[in-house]
Write a protein that binds this ligand. Structure first.
Ligand SMILES: C[S@@+](CC[C@H](N)C(=O)[O-])C[C@H]1O[C@@H](n2cnc3c(N)ncnc32)[C@H](O)[C@@H]1O
Length: 304
């Protein structure tokens, strides 16, 4: 748990996909006047220096946020333009990409006066940076708390309306089971919240067992969104794609993702090696779980 540091990966294509799904779920909550709580159980440090040693070692952000940043003239759909504006607002030098916001900072940027953010992080360095970054904002609460314990202790949150993001590093095979347990624990205590789970698309598809277990244990509607930048995950070494599972998705989220993500995928995967996929909302855990390609909106390219 303490070996992983997100600084090496911040702003990569998976962060962009995860954060755009998160952003649009937050937008749905902001669509009503009632306050909401946003919970981030694997928060990371919240702010990442893209010119830092760790980020430079992998260079992953160049193929992620860097591709969106350096795509002049692309008519981004409104939610993507808003997300890019939130990224732009963080930069030390206007117009130059040097910093990437993590999920807690993006959540904070969407809070209104009566909304709340609760963020948990176990790594001492990430926790210290996060606490410093959010210090002074009375709407934000940072805990050095194990996500598994937080799943038992923090739900239902106040306000009761809201969402939670589960985003572990998946460095241990057991983390897939731990995520399934956290989701069912949270669901038992909080039957109204939106639960978002990020998962990596990898060779052997370890996420399939997680999905099947959740389908067997829960009867909530859910949707999946996957953005892949490589062809067959079975022939790819490393991260082939990014997946987001949204339990009890807000109204119209699926449609919004279909409208916004194709342009983003085209920027992230200019050679069209991967694709953008979604599963239809699965009511009551039934339905066809097969991932369907999402057709890009712009002419000239089709998903494989
Ligand atoms: C993938 S990173 C999170 C990135 C962040 N959610 C974002 O999107 O910007 C995973 C984080 O979870 C933390 N972590 C891992 N296991 C944890 C646990 N059991 N409880 C709390 N935090 C944990 C790691 O230290 C790491 O910072």
């Amino acid at each position: 748990m303490l070996g992983y540091q997100h600084d090496y990966h911040a702003g990569n294509f998976a962060d962009v996909h995860k954060h755009l799904v998160l952003w649009q779920a937050l937008e749905a909550l902001r669509g009503r006047d009632k306050p909401f709580a946003a919970l981030d159980l694997h928060a990371g440090s919240g702010r990442y220096a893209l010119g830092g040693l760790r980020a430079c070692k992998t260079g992953e952000s160049a193929d992620g946020i860097g591709r969106l940043w350096e795509a002049p003239g692309v008519p981004w759909p409104a939610p993507v333009a808003d997300y890019l504006q939130a990224v732009a607002a963080l930069q030390r030098e206007p117009g130059r990409l040097d910093t990437y916001p993590g999920s807690p900072l993006l959540m904070q940027s969407r809070l209104r006066e009566d909304d709340a953010l609760i963020a948990c992080e176990m790594h001492p360095e990430a926790f210290a940076t996060l606490s410093q970054t959010l210090a002074g904002d009375p709407r934000c609460h940072v805990h050095r708390r194990d996500a598994r314990e937080a799943a038992r202790g923090l739900f239902p949150p106040r306000p009761r309306r809201g969402l939670v993001l589960l985003d572990p590093a998946y460095e241990r095979a057991a983390e897939y089971d731990e995520v399934a347990e956290m989701v069912t624990t949270i669901r038992r205590r909080w039957n109204t919240g939106i639960i978002l789970v990020w998962y990596p698309v990898l060779k052997g598809r370890p996420d399939h067992a997680l999905r099947e277990r959740l389908r067997a244990e829960l009867d909530d509607p859910w949707l999946l969104s996957e953005l892949r930048v490589a062809g067959d995950p079975e022939r790819h070494l490393g991260l082939a794609g990014s997946g987001m599972l949204v339990l009890r998705p807000p109204w119209q989220l699926e449609q919004r993702l279909v409208e916004t993500l194709p342009t983003v995928w085209q920027a992230l995967d200019p050679e069209g090696r991967g694709g953008l996929f979604r599963a239809e909302s699965l009511e009551n855990g039934t339905g066809d779980p097969t991932m369907r390609p999402v057709k890009p909106i712009q002419a000239g390219r089709t998903t494989p």
